[in-house]
Design a protein around this ligand. Sequence first.
Ligand SMILES: Nc1ncnc2c1ncn2[C@@H]1O[C@H](COP(=O)(O)OP(=O)(O)OP(=O)(O)O)[C@@H](O)[C@H]1O
Ligand SMILES: [Mg+2]
Length: 442
Amino acid sequence: MQLRKENILIVDDDVDILELLHRHLQSWNYHTFKAVSVKEAVAILRDTKIDLLITDLKMPEIDGSELIKFVSEHYPNMPKLVVTGYPSVQDSLAAIKSGVADYLTKPFTKDELKEALTNSLLIPKNKHKKEVGILKEKPKQYGDIIGNSEKINQVIQIIERVKNNKATIFIKGESGTGKELVARAIHYQGKFSRAPFIAVNCGAIPENLLEAELFGYVKGAFTGADTNRDGFFQAAHGGTIFLDEIGNASLAVQSRLLRVLQEKEVVKVGASKAEKIDIRIIAATNSDLQDMIQKQTFREDLFYRLTVVEIHVAPLRERKDDIPLLVDKFLFKYGVEYKNRFVKITPNALEILQRYNWLGNIRELENVVQRAVIMSDNTIDVEQLPEHLKYSFDFSEDKLLPLKVIEKKYIEKVLRATGNNKTKAAEILKIDRKTIRQKLSE
Ligand SMILES: Nc1ncnc2c1ncn2[C@@H]1O[C@H](COP(=O)(O)OP(=O)(O)OP(=O)(O)O)[C@@H](O)[C@H]1O
Ligand SMILES: [Mg+2]
């Protein structure tokens, strides 16, 4: 029996219907994916190439019509089939308007399903194609890492090379660039994913405790040590330990760490005997270790042991093409969390997000989108964005320009930020509308 190549996603909060659809589709050799909610459906859409969506309309939390809108925007070529128990005229009109291929009411017979299915799959591929929404293709995602820029693809390529071995990995990058996300992807995408992943923030544990926390201790090692205890290293045996902010590890911790890397063994605090350990170490930092080596606060020998494989996670301003993908993810995440729907963004607002320099990187972008979702109804527009974003201006450092050019660029920027509202722009610039026109035509 050969499986057809089509992947069909079925969405219904009623598991009996879901099972029934699944059984019928299977009997015709389709490959099916099941979701009991819109949230689950979107998660599947992000990871899988789906050829047809079959969805219920009335569902708790987010309604099926929201899912249809979402699919129409993000996957304009995907045919959709609505199966519903409430065939109200309004539902069908709205569904057909938003590009649904066919419409089936419950209860349905196997033949009716077959016919609807064949019709839906036969719809010419480009029939519903219109460029709406911010994404024209399936979002790129690797583990939880979103992005399709060259910089992110390079990171993913390295992860692919290292995920199935235990080479020590060093991740560097500014705060909020996604270093921890990369560490998790290395662990969870690889073949040791079932073993533990333990993340330790070396900067958050007081220096005098870090050694015992990491390597464990034996009874009597220090006052208060009344039993033997394992540390994070023993707990992560077989898996991965992620040492975040490694620059904060004391010299005592550093020398124990060196021993783990060289001998593959751990010595508990206060113990004389070492224990063998099988572990992958991933370390990360946003501080300059070279500088610390100069100042003799970081061991050079440890540095070389740690940096067998180096991954540099670029700041967001160097991979701005990822911004729409990230915004889309956060719109979905917070739209569902706060509004139970998919919140949209206008092209003007998105453009402002794409121009900004994001010194706080993805964490800052996420905060801005989160706040904007809370402040908006269904759509984020320029008004919902913080002021400092709208009027910030990126003066290129290497290209010095005449004042007139900068002035014109800045006026254009303010106009964009105000949605081309000259009165508002004039107010912000503290010049009159006529002057704006003059300066632009110069
Ligand atoms: N490529 C990405 N796709 C989706 N989410 C991302 C991406 N990069 C970062 N994030 C999100 O941004 C936030 C910050 O990421 P993370 O904690 O991994 O950064 P970090 O580099 O470890 O920062 P810090 O140095 O401050 O610890 C997290 O909520 C993370 O989920
Ligand atoms: Mg971090």
